[in-house]
Write a protein that binds this ligand. Structure first.
Ligand SMILES: CC(C)(COP(=O)(O)OP(=O)(O)OC[C@H]1O[C@@H](n2cnc3c(N)ncnc32)[C@H](O)[C@@H]1OP(=O)(O)O)[C@@H](O)C(=O)NCCC(=O)NCCS
Length: 141
């Protein structure tokens, strides 16, 4: 994700999340790494994660509603996991709303498991989060 991707990223962020991240959250280097995915010249999705030693936490993943169910979310996650496992990362974590069936299905399809529950983690609406984790030895996909 580059600086000039931000307008398209923010547009998607505002469409898909009830508490979208503000622009400076994307500009900050705190989140670590990020990738976007495009259809032709149109940015249609993005993923962000931060890494500590052998752990990676996926902190944002979204696909433009007009381009959902076309495999872009899967592609972003697959590439991220391939790339990180190639670099030696073995532990992957994320939080997800308990009602987010699309994301749950996507993550569980890659082998993530529900390992915890954060009560009242989200607002707008108030909701719990599943903590999901996947530990890989070698190849995941
Ligand atoms: C979750 C999200 C990123 C999935 O992106 P996507 O590009 O639509 O997903 P894909 O087309 O790659 O689908 C991959 C798998 O996810 C699951 N999935 C995706 N959308 C789904 C839906 N609406 N209902 C049920 N399962 C769904 C399916 O298992 C699907 O595999 P299949 O097509 O073989 O059935 C997208 O729905 C999104 O941006 N949601 C809003 C933001 C969000 O919730 N982000 C995750 C925060 S934790």
């Amino acid at each position: 994700m580059r600086q000039d991707d931000l307008p398209a990223v923010l547009q998607i962020e505002k469409q898909v999340f009830s508490s979208p991240w503000p622009e400076d959250a994307f500009s900050s280097s705190d989140f670590g790494e990020s990738w976007v995915i495009c259809e032709d010249a149109t940015l249609v999705g993005y993923i962000m994660y931060h890494n500590v030693i052998d752990e990676s936490v996926i902190i944002n993943l979204a696909v433009d509603p007009a381009y959902q169910r076309k495999g872009y979310g899967k592609e972003l996650l697959k590439n991220t996991l391939h790339q990180l496992t190639d670099r030696g990362f073995t532990h992957f974590f994320l939080d997800v709303r308990v009602s987010n069936l699309a994301a749950l299905a996507l993550y569980e399809g890659f082998g993530f498991q529900r390992v915890g529950l954060r009560k009242g983690y989200y607002t707008l609406p108030d909701e719990d989060a599943y903590v999901m984790a996947m530990i890989v030895k070698r190849e995941v996909i």
